[in-house]
Design a protein around this ligand. Structure first.
Ligand code: UDX
Ligand code: ADP
Length: 477
């Protein structure tokens, strides 16, 4: 494509998930002159995005309801009519899921690109005129080549029903974090656009320029852009594994990881962010992206590099098993038939997302040990917990059978009633201010608090007569 920068009047986003939904809502909000249509094959999800009750959107994000409320029906639409939306679009975002492959070549490491390929084929089949295709999903490096190859084949396909469809492919990775997605989208540290068609790059830059300062819009080649996303997530995850490794060391030596984090975080070369010890990282990106990096490095024969990044994931997994193990050990070596209150199931606060949540592995370990779990999370649906744990809830409990069972508790009070321990696995604000003296009275003594997020005040918990373990806190115990 040569000539001037194409004006963008219509955008189609394929994939109405945690990335596509909030991102398009903010674009529609900031660019009233652009019509934005988000499409998905999942009719139930689209119906939820169109629900008149904004508290029932399929994605929970602080501030999202207000943004959707302002734009929906004005220049923001949610639809299952994928083909029509592609045909009408000047620009198509691919924002479909790219989970780690569970079987076949690269199982457990490589990303499953079947949804990316299928959506690229839909674009190839239905686009009209010149269409800019933007990769928004996290994709392994050089995926743009696949998308380009599919689109080019359509361009050269004389049997195609449409005339003169042409394409430019861009990579525009999303750096939003769940729970702060709206703020991250409205004030991004940077927007990254990778590509080799300068007009297409400028067309996308002009969309963001409605609200993002020019100096924050970075332009790179396609591959640098794709690799930057994997690298940013690998570096962030590495910091968490680093601080969690030190947390374990603190517990053994009498140091406190929060104090250590504060001390090292004041070094301007290190900085204070992402040094919160906890039950390990979850979410849809970190583990998937690192495993992707490991797979690609292995593919290129860089085995030492692959092993280096693999260790970041291994430490994370170890931290989760370690927490389950120390719960069992502190409860006299057995949790069979014991009620354990699990406070928080989401992978972090302020989201209803449970993908790769640390709570999943920890709960599974405890169920394996025969525990009766009472799980309370302010936003996660019971059906989601059921899918994640691979079993149905049980109202009656499993007693001393050793089977393990779980049920949902509607409140913290209900969860801790008769429990031997409360485990805090997500840092929801409400868990920072719990009335431990009242809760302790409901628990079976001697009772424990296992604070995997370091959110409780140790003094308050201990003066309520409860025993306490707090991640990375070697001063207690
Ligand atoms: C991450 C990246 O931050 C974002 O840029 C990218 O686009 C997607 O992946 P997200 O997974 O939504 O975002 O949330 P994030 O805030 O990064 O947290 C990821 C995990 O790390 C959570 O489980 C969180 O609890 C954990 N975490 C984070 C810590 O344990 N300690 C910290 O200091 C920070
Ligand atoms: P993310 O966190 O990356 O946004 P999600 O799984 O939340 O991932 O959302 C991805 C969405 O993409 C899902 O709702 C899924 O139904 C949708 N999707 C996947 N493939 C296609 C496709 N070919 N056409 C339309 N929608 C698709």
């Amino acid at each position: 494509m040569t000539g001037s920068v194409p004006a963008i009047r219509t955008i189609c986003c394929i994939g109405a998930g945690y990335v596509g939904g909030p991102t398009m809502a903010v674009i529609a909000d900031r660019c009233p002159g652009i019509q934005v249509t988000v499409v998905d094959l999942n009719a139930e999800r689209i119906a939820a995005w169109n629900d008149p009750d904004l508290s029932r959107l399929p994605v929970y994000e602080p501030g999202l309801d207000a943004v959707v409320g302002r734009c929906r029906g004005r220049n923001l639409f949610f639809s299952t009519e994928v083909e029509a939306a592609i045909a009408a679009a000047d620009m198509v975002f691919l924002s479909v899921n790219t989970p780690t492959k569970t079987k076949g070549l690269g199982a457990g490491q490589a990303s499953d690109l079947r949804w990316v390929e299928a959506s690229a084929r839909s674009v190839a089949a239905h686009a009209r005129g010149h269409t800019i295709v933007v990769e928004k999903s996290t994709l392994p490096v050089r995926t743009a080549a696949t998308v380009q190859a599919i689109l080019q084949a359509a361009q050269g396909d004389a049997t195609a029903t449409h005339d003169q469809a042409t394409f430019s492919v861009l990579s525009n990775p999303e750096f939003l974090a769940e729970g702060t997605a709206i703020a991250d989208l409205e004030q991004p540290d940077r927007v990254l656009i990778g590509g080799d068609d300068p007009q297409a790059i400028e067309a996308l830059a002009s969309v963001y320029a409605h609200w993002v300062p020019q100096e924050r819009i970075l332009r790179t080649n396609l591959w640098s852009s794709e690799l930057s996303k994997l690298t940013a997530n690998a570096f962030l995850a590495q910091r968490i594994s680093s601080i969690n490794s030190i947390a374990a060391f603190c517990e053994s030596t009498g140091a406190e990881v929060g104090e250590v984090a504060r001390a090292i975080g004041t070094d301007s070369r290190i900085g204070p962010k992402f040094l919160q010890a906890g039950p390990g990282f979850g979410g849809s990106c970190f583990q998937k992206d690192i495993l992707n990096l490991v797979y690609l490095c292995g593919h290129y024969g860089l085995h030492e590099v692959a092993a280096y990044w693999q260790s970041v994931v291994d430490l994370n997994t170890w931290q989760q098993h370690r927490i389950a193990r120390l719960v069992v050990n502190n409860l006299f070596g057995t949790v069979t038939g014991k009620r354990l209150a699990v406070l928080g199931f989401a992978f972090k606060a302020d989201t209803n997302d449970t993908r790769e949540a640390p709570a999943i592995r920890i709960c599974r370990d405890l169920l394996e040990e025969g525990a009766e779990l009472a799980i309370h999370d302010p936003k996660v649906a019971p059906e989601q917990i059921s899918r994640d744990l691979g079993s149905a809830p049980s109202a009656s409990g499993s007693g001393l059978t050793g089977e393990g069972s779980w049920q949902v508790a509607a409140s913290v009070e209900e969860a801790v009633r008769g429990a031997d321990a409360a485990l805090i696995l997500t840092e929801w604000q409400v868990f920072r201010e719990l009335p431990w003296a009242d809760l302790a009275a409901q628990m079976r003594q001697p009772a424990w608090v296992f604070d995997a997020r370091a959110v409780v005040d140790p003094e308050v918990v201990r003066s309520a007569g409860l025993r306490l373990w707090r991640v990375g806190d070697g001063r207690i115990g």
